[in-house]
Ligand binder design. Structure first.
Ligand code: TXA
Ligand code: MG
Length: 324
């Protein structure tokens, strides 16, 4: 079986109603979706992604109102964020209602919920009688997909249908936010900037550090990783060092062209130095270099501000596996 790729919401809905999985577009990254209330469908998600079941899934709905049946309460600051930023690249951790399967939350007492901002997926969610569980549609630990083609390449022989919504506009996963006591906490940096959140709820605590016992595996030190060695640092020095060793290097740069290398081995995230564009391009550029002829990928950090914080977070995690 190879997946069909198309824009038919009715076909996607009928597979999902039968307990099967469908690739869905969102503004952040593509998701691997299944019925969030159906335990066999959830098991199939974990199996298809080769994902450990201690890594819980996000429940997606068409609107804030549709989240209510799945939570016990909605702390005021988080509700404010939902009202301001949904649909959008924000996931909230809220107290879970009894009807939500424990497999979805890995036994935790909070459920992650999000209203994604993509017209096809919003229509799909409106049509369905149930919410969708959707992790990023990549094998566990690999780079998240930002085009239908990326999903097809990696999971196309495991699922029947991929809804093609074009290239993801944001290109980074959602920002995950919850509360500890009265403190608003960011658990994963993502497509919604921390300063946007702070405008509405005041100073937040960012706990998106790496940890060996993460509560969000986006916090695992090594994640979002290409298969080729991925080395983060001062790119011109690294180019000199590795080419002198006879290596064929690829470069992922923020806005600089490195004339000492052929253009085809470089991906420049944004020639104009625009962080939004860099975020959009990040994962597909990493993938292209990973699939190219180069022996290793050299990359540099972007300015540590706005979306740059989340971009650097992904770059550091991508490089972590290459350092042992
Ligand atoms: O942008 C996104 O969030 C994308 C699109 C498809 O919506 N989804 C996504 O899902 O990135 P995933 O499964 O790749 O990452 C979800 C993260 C995981 O790191 C997971 O551990 C965390 O959310 N998470 C989910 N439920 C949680 C919970 N109950 N408590 C703590 N963390 C949770
Ligand atoms: Mg993921």
């Amino acid at each position: 079986m190879k997946a069909s790729v198309g824009i038919a919401i009715d076909i996607a809905a009928s597979y999902l109603r039968k307990g099967q999985l469908v690739g869905i577009p969102t503004e952040t990254v593509y998701g691997l979706a299944g019925n969030a209330l159906d335990v066999p469908a959830l098991s199939l998600i974990f199996e298809t992604k080769n994902r450990p079941t201690f890594d819980p899934l996000i429940l997606h709905t068409a609107s804030l109102e549709r989240v209510i049946p799945y939570i016990l309460s909605f702390p005021a600051p988080l509700k404010t964020l939902a009202e301001k930023f949904w649909p959008g690249p924000l996931t909230l951790l809220l107290p879970k209602a009894a009807g939500v399967p424990d497999l979805l939350t890995s036994g935790l007492d909070r459920v992650a919920v999000r209203v994604p901002n993509h017209p096809l997926t919003l229509s799909l969610l409106q049509t369905l009688e149930f919410p969708l569980a959707a992790p990023s549609a990549n094998p566990f630990g690999y780079i998240s997909p930002t085009q239908a083609q990326h999903v097809y390449a990696q999971l196309g022989d495991k699922i029947p249908y991929i809804l093609d919504g074009g290239s993801c506009e944001v290109g980074l996963e959602s920002t995950i936010v919850g509360m500890e006591g009265k403190q608003v906490v960011v658990y994963r940096l993502g497509g919604l900037e921390v300063n946007q959140i702070e405008k509405w709820v005041g100073p937040v605590q960012v706990q998106a550090h790496s940890s060996s016992q993460p509560i969000a595996p986006g916090q695992l030190e090594s994640h979002y990783a290409p298969r080729k060695p991925f080395i983060l640092g001062h790119v011109s020095d690294l180019i000199a060092q590795y080419t002198s060793l006879g290596k064929k290097v690829g470069v992922l740069s923020f806005s600089t062209n490195y004339p000492q290398l052929p253009l085809e081995n470089q991906r420049i995230l944004s020639l104009s130095g625009d962080l939004r564009e860099a975020a959009q391009q990040l994962f597909s550029s990493m993938r292209q270099l990973d699939e190219s002829e180069v022996d290793l990928i050299l990359a540099e950090e972007v300015p540590e501000m706005g979306l740059g914080r989340a971009i650097n977070d992904r770059l550091r995690r991508a490089s972590a596996s290459s350092q042992g």
